[in-house]
Design a protein around this ligand. Structure first.
Ligand SMILES: [Zn+2]
Length: 348
């Protein structure tokens, strides 16, 4: 399996994360990439560097004002009074109902930076530090280059994306995610494939990916995740969210009860697989997170590393060209074993 990664993706090093009303140590540590690289090495895989694509493929998915905001936020933050914090961080948020059909927002009205912060940063888990944009764009380029390898005929490619992407909406960062690598890659694949399926097995609902494709019938979005009634991202991820307009019937959410383990995950992926086959998918993008692992510091599911081997076998069983995009997973001691197991299962 070919893989892609740029070492500068580890420069992104967030300092703050608000949890239970306290500023705590961040969970998306740069060390995550080292653990995943070690797992790749076990399988004899040395990642190649992504090609420089710039923002072109990003703008096929994301709002131009949002992309400009991410690109310039650090510089603008330096112009604020000296009492500012160490990173770009929002302090106010616009009203939003949470309804997934209300997915298209007008351009951000405030011209002032503080108002734009609340518009484009959806929560307190996406601080923007000095290297954030550099790492974020490289992460997207990693996904694009991996998609191009599939377009060139590879059957399976892994893109080690960090920062992750599946919570990023067209015009909003949230949940450790700034640009939606999975969506950007899926759009790239659409240049050749008519029907693209996305299977998101991260423990959190892929709300950004759902929003981006919610009105489309050419990209099927399926997400298996922990029940959002009391788990991030809270406001979406429910079974009755099936798509809107022409996208009606092309979004499938399969929430799992908190405490669910490998058997429940496998049953959900069986259902997902049926939907992907019924859709007639020509290519598959797997948004792969490991935060369903029982040791995850922000997790509520109970998978062990071997369960990711089963996921790998199920994904392989779909028989499609497969692009694996790295999403979350924060149990530093476990994530390498999860990727190792996934790759082992996939190779069987
Ligand atoms: Zn997650």
């Amino acid at each position: 399996m070919r893989a892609f990664y740029h070492p500068d993706q580890a420069l992104h090093d967030p300092k703050q994360y608000l949890r239970f009303g306290a500023v705590v140590a961040p969970k998306d540590l740069p060390e995550r990439t080292a653990r995943l690289l070690s797992a790749l090495a076990k399988h004899g895989v040395t990642p190649e560097r992504p090609a420089a694509h710039g923002t072109g493929p990003v703008l096929a998915i994301h709002d131009a004002g949002f992309v400009r905001f991410l690109e310039t936020a650090w510089a603008k933050w330096q112009e604020l009074p000296a009492e500012r914090g160490p990173e770009v961080w929002p302090s106010t948020f616009p009203y939003w109902s949470g309804r997934p059909d209300e997915d298209v927002r007008p351009p951000c009205r405030p011209t002032g930076f503080i108002g734009q912060l609340g518009w484009h940063l959806g929560d307190m888990s996406v601080p923007i530090g000095e290297h954030c944009w550099h790492s974020t764009l490289l992460s997207a380029e990693t996904a694009v280059t991996a998609a191009d390898a599939i377009l060139a005929g590879e059957r399976a490619v892994y893109s080690l994306c960090r920062p992750s992407g599946h919570h990023a909406r067209a015009d909003r960062a949230s949940g450790f995610c700034y640009l939606n690598n999975t969506a950007i890659a899926a759009q790239r694949l659409r240049s050749t494939f008519n029907k693209v399926a996305i299977l998101d097995v991260d423990a959190h609902h892929g709300d950004g990916t759902q929003q981006i494709f919610y009105r489309r019938d050419d990209v099927l979005t399926v997400s298996v995740h922990a029940d959002p009634t009391n788990y991030y991202p809270f406001y979406t991820g429910y079974e009755d969210e099936r798509g809107n307009g022409p996208g009606e019937g092309f979004n499938l959410n399969l929430p799992l009860a908190h405490g669910a383990g490998g058997a429940e995950m496998q049953a959900a992926i069986d259902r997902a697989g049926k939907a992907i086959r019924d859709f007639g998918a020509e290519v598959l993008v797997v948004a792969l997170g490991y935060d369903a692992h029982k040791d995850d510091p922000i997790g509520v599911l109970k998978l062990d590393a071997a369960d990711f081997g089963a996921i790998g076998r199920q994904v392989k069983g779909l028989g499609l060209p497969t692009l694996v995009v790295q999403e979350g997973g924060y149990a530093i001691e476990a994530i390498g074993d999860c990727l190792d197991a996934f790759l082992g299962g996939f190779a069987e």
